[in-house]
Design a binder for this molecule. Structure first.
Ligand code: NAP
Ligand code: ZN
Ligand code: ZN
Length: 347
């Protein structure tokens, strides 16, 4: 075991503070990664505040991890010391169920994936995430950061990137498709870049026009304020795909009304409360309501390679560890442009 500096929430809703945690020894198939940058995802806040379920505390959040390999176990074949790598939301899974075999480890039916934090690992120990200076991960759950991508702007891709890339690909965002991205936050701004690079016609639906210039610069073709009721009249029946990244409940029937026939409203935002929708908003045009969780490991590598090829990184605000609690408040106030990334050297 090695002792590592980290930032943790000691209890649900408590401010995060500096602490130390123990990392397991490097096993045969493990990679020890010196973490350089970790993004702050809204899911970190939901979990540190027990918004989804009762969490495991102390909790070290962080599943947008980028760093450099410091040590590899004797059986590791895919990585070497000095490699630039990333770790996302999962650090293991059963590996034998239908979904794991299909590369959909995030939907593992053999007990579910082992989440990077707020979970119990196969050895019975709690997992601790990327708000820390290093991490030990099985090589199969480590991905390579391509040379063209800086580690700081790559870190958020490990969750925000794959969570938006996977559904955009699955539902066929591309030339000739009208795609709306709801919410221009951490996920939303990466979604705009990726959907644009895939060739779709991209519309941002944001609460106001405050960030319109940014949205258009990031690759959106159109930008509308959802606070303006005229938006819903003007855009009725428009989109093939709506990707909702909002962390709070919305008027889902109103958003569904913006879909054309056979269009799909995919929710990646995960509000803490149950949500409501009238089925009348779906049946008339055979519209679908769906959801999507991150993406598999192979698809995460594919996403990183795609982003490197298209010059896509996150727009980040680099912070010191002592600023994490303030950053949480700013994320909750939709005051993020567009992802906070922790410089882990400051932990
Ligand atoms: P974020 O940076 O806070 O972005 C969310 C955006 O939603 C805000 O910037 C804001 O955009 C909009 N918004 C916030 N509150 C709103 C409200 N009350 N009404 C309307 N719009 C509102 O969060 P994030 O890190 O992108 O995460 C977004 C959600 O996705 C979270 O619930 C997170 O847990 C979830 N998530 C899911 C997955 C998955 O696998 N499905 C993965 C990662 C994250 P505007 O200011 O532009 O309106
Ligand atoms: Zn996340
Ligand atoms: Zn499985």
């Amino acid at each position: 075991m090695t002792t590592v500096a980290a930032y943790a929430a000691p209890a649900a809703k408590a401010p995060l503070e500096r602490t130390t945690i123990e990392r397991r020894p490097v096993g045969d198939h493990d990679v020890l990664i010196d973490i350089q940058f970790t993004g702050i995802c809204h899911s970190d806040i939901h979990q540190a505040r027990d918004g989804w379920r009762e969490g495991i505390f102390p909790m070290v959040p962080g599943h947008e991890i980028a760093g450099v390999v410091r040590e590899v176990g004797p059986e590791v074949t895919t990585f070497a010391v000095g490699d630039r790598v990333g770790v996302g939301c999962m650090v293991d899974s059963c590996r034998v169920c239908e979904n794991c075999v299909a590369g959909l480890e995030q939907y593992c039916t053999g007990g579910g994936p082992v989440w990077t934090y707020n979970a119990v690992d196969k050895d019975g120990e709690p997992t601790y995430g990327g708000y820390s200076q290093n991490i030990v991960v099985n090589e199969d759950f480590v991905v390579r950061v391509p040379d063209g991508l800086s580690l700081d702007v790559a870190a958020p891709l490990l969750c925000a990137g794959i969570t938006t890339y996977s559904p955009l690909r699955h539902w066929g965002a591309g030339p000739g498709k009208k795609v709306a991205i709801v919410g221009l936050g951490g996920l939303g701004h990466v979604a705009v870049k990726i959907a644009h690079a895939l060739g779709a016609e991209v519309t941002v639906l944001s609460q106001s026009l405050r960030k319109q210039d940014d949205g258009l610069r990031l690759g959106a073709d159109h930008y509308y304020a959802t606070g303006d009721p005229k938006t819903f009249e003007e855009l009725a029946g428009t989109f093939d795909l709506i990707l909702n990244t909002v962390s709070a409940p919305l008027d889902f029937a109103a958003y569904a009304s913006l879909l054309r026939t056979d269009g799909t409203l995919v929710n990646v935002g995960l509000p803490e409360e149950p949500v409501q929708i009238t089925l009348q908003s779906l049946f008339g045009h055979r519209r679908s309501l769906s959801s999507s969780g991150i993406g598999g490991i192979a698809e995460t590598q594919e996403m990183l390679d795609f982003c490197a090829a298209h010059g896509i990184g996150a727009e980040i605000e680099l912070i010191a560890a002592e600023e994490i609690n303030d950053a949480y408040e700013r994320v909750l106030a939709s005051d993020v442009r567009y992802r906070f990334v922790i410089d882990t050297a400051t932990i």
